[in-house]
Design a protein around this ligand. Structure first.
Ligand SMILES: [Zn+2]
Length: 628
């Protein structure tokens, strides 16, 4: 893989241009793997550290500045250039430095853009060069940056911006080796309006003076998809000595209330899997257009406000993002086909944290809901997408974000836990996190570690888990665990009896129900319910007006499936104010099934589209076959 091919290199040298002209070549470097989502020639040159310096230009929706990459040759190929990933960047000039102080004009080419991967930026590296400085600006439609007008924030007075780098969107705002197999440390200086605060996935000082000039240092090496920035009118509220929450001033108190168990969660995870290695654990609550539930940006988890339910019922998401501080941020997937190493482990850890903090019944409910989601998903997916070690070559890695890496991955680990016993499996996991700390690994590396440290030590037990089937086959093995919850069994029975008319709605004992029981109740009802039944539920439990985003979403899905008109206005309001992909994608898909539904969807989408994140826009454009 280190041979890009000599004639390709000489061709690149021939068409190198001086830094003040910005020419394009038709040639993209060959993708040689194992990461088929990056052009970076990491077998020859590795970036070790990045110094960033930006101005945040809200009026133009642009980040403008420089990235200084500290590079190291790792092969004997001293003529190898530095190949970086970029997407939709304006590269103004490139300079190189041997001593790290004085810079000379450098030569670079920018390849024609590939729709998924962007444009390779190839920079000629003089002998002895240790640093490369790139002067560049992002474009307003960068896929990894969302710019919000004041009207899209809670405060309505100041603009807001935030980044989302996973999976391969870091390249749309930083020129770098955008592969999770490379880890870097970074420093950054961010200049913006003095009334705004910038925060990053780095050391943030909650007491920093608000002067519009902020500096950050990330001293632990992290993969590119964890570099993150947000700028807005943010307040901070501490939750404990080392945890706290950033949010818009009108949201921060509610958020602090909702997330008050965070320190308990950190301690529970430390007891299970070893020390928290990132010093502070803070959270940032974003405006509602954030396309995901959460993003595990190290030291500063980004969260959707839709999990603030008022009763801590949706904080499994905090447990999830926190768990990534071990599974994912500490031990990372080397390529996106190994994504299940991040997410399967994290869902498994999330449930263990839930169990430690909220008790076994709640963890059981979450696991049972997870299994149900997985079964639904397996019913929809093609075989090739049901495989943990999924082949994503030539595809957008965002295609791999299904329940499979999450729930099937977690189920596999649960199978190991149940087979080898919790004590042994906990020891194994703890040593796994220590062994691979701050490394990025492949599925093969995990499997050989598993073999040496668990399977070979207990061959009789190992024979009971069909490892290869778990990793390489579609579906789940027949011997897979089937998590269940006694509380759910009761809820199911009630759902059936109510639906058959044996129990009146007033006698359903909902007052003590958790969100999880509510969700299970709704999901246990048949897909087709008549208008009378829908109205009966709605009148009794005010479901159309539910302030709990998960319950509201489930109810609105049922309302669309059953053409329950009294909920249609809420569907419109919901889709117009929330951009979380987990919710909006299924709703639009359901609407798109009928001509009237599709027309309704197009009407909503026309107005909502400019308020959604570029990642959500890409998804919904496809659902609705949008062409402007
Ligand atoms: Zn996750």
């Amino acid at each position: 893989m280190k041979n890009i091919g000599l004639h390709l290199i000489s061709f690149l040298l021939l068409c190198m241009v001086t830094s003040d002209s910005n020419s394009q070549t038709q040639v993209s470097p060959q993708l040689t793997g194992p990461d088929f989502h990056s052009y970076a020639n990491v077998a020859d040159v590795r970036v070790k550290h990045i110094d960033l310096d930006w101005q945040v230009l809200f009026a133009q929706k642009v980040l403008k500045g420089t990235a200084i990459l500290t590079v190291e040759r790792v092969s004997r190929n001293t003529r190898a250039p530095l190949i970086l990933d970029t997407k939709n960047l304006n590269v103004e000039k490139v300079e190189t430095s041997v001593n790290g102080r004085t810079y000379r004009p450098g030569k670079f080419t920018l390849a024609t853009e590939d729709k998924i991967l962007g444009s390779a930026l190839t920079i000629l590296l003089p002998v002895g060069a240790t640093r490369v400085r790139i002067h560049y600006a992002t474009r307003p439609n960068a896929s990894g940056v969302q710019w919000l007008d004041p009207s899209q924030t809670s405060g309505k007075k100041t603009p807001f911006m935030f980044t989302q780098s996973q999976a391969i969107h870091a390249r749309s705002w930083i020129p770098l080796q955008d592969t999770p197999s490379v880890r870097v440390t970074y420093n950054a200086r961010v200049r913006t309006a003095p009334n705004l605060l910038a925060v990053m996935s780095a050391a943030n000082d909650p007491n920093t003076p608000r002067d519009g000039d902020y500096s950050f240092a990330m001293s632990q090496p992290i993969p590119s998809y964890l570099i993150a920035l947000a700028v807005g009118d943010l307040s901070f509220k501490p939750l404990s000595q080392r945890t706290g929450v950033y949010a818009e001033p009108s949201v921060v108190d509610r958020a602090a209330q909702e997330f008050s168990d965070t320190e308990k969660m950190v301690q529970a995870t430390e007891r299970l899997y070893g020390p928290y290695r990132w010093e502070r654990y803070d959270m940032l609550v974003l405006p509602p257009s954030f396309p995901f539930g959460g993003m595990e940006n190290p030291r500063l988890t980004f969260l959707t406000p839709t999990i603030i339910a008022g009763d801590k019922s949706l904080v499994s998401l905090v447990a999830h993002e926190l768990a990534h501080s071990w599974s994912g941020n500490l031990v990372t997937n080397a390529t996106w086909r190994d994504f299940w190493l991040n997410e399967g482990f994290t869902v498994y850890l999330e449930r263990r944290i839930q169990e430690a903090v909220y008790g076994k019944p709640r963890a059981n409910m979450e696991a049972a809901l997870g299994l149900r989601d997985l079964q639904d998903e397996l019913g929809r997916l093609e075989d090739r997408d049901e495989i943990l070690h999924v082949d994503l070559k030539g595809r957008d890695p965002d295609d791999g974000f299904t329940d499979v890496p999450y729930e099937k991955g977690a189920l596999f680990l649960l199978h190991l836990e149940q087979t080898f016993g919790r004590e042994r499996f906990d020891q194994f996991l703890r040593s796994y996190f220590d062994h691979f700390a701050f490394k990025s690994i492949t599925t093969e590396e995990f499997l050989s570690y598993l073999k040496a440290n668990l399977l070979d030590k207990h061959p009789d037990l190992a024979a009971k888990v069909p490892i290869d089937e778990w990793i390489n086959n579609a579906g789940t093995p027949a011997s897979a665990p089937k998590p269940s919850s006694p509380a759910f069994a009761q809820v199911e029975l009630l759902a059936q009896r109510w639906q058959r008319g044996e129990v009146p709605v007033a006698q359903i004992p909902v007052t003590a129900w958790s969100t999880q029981e509510w969700l299970h109740f709704l999901k246990s009802l048949p897909e087709k319910l008549d208008q009378k039944k829908m109205a009966e539920l709605d009148q009794a439990f005010k479901l159309t007006q539910s302030g709990n985003s998960e319950i509201a979403f489930q109810w609105l899905m049922m309302s669309l499936q059953n053409a329950y008109e009294p909920a249609f206005q809420r569907v419109e309001d919901f889709l117009s104010t929330i951009g979380r992909r987990k919710f909006i994608k299924p709703l639009y898909e359901e609407l798109a099934k009928s001509p009237e539904g599709r027309a309704f969807a197009m009407k909503i989408y026309r107005r909502a589209r400019p308020t959604y994140h570029p990642i959500a826009v890409a998804t919904i454009d496809e659902v609705l076959k949008w062409n402007g």
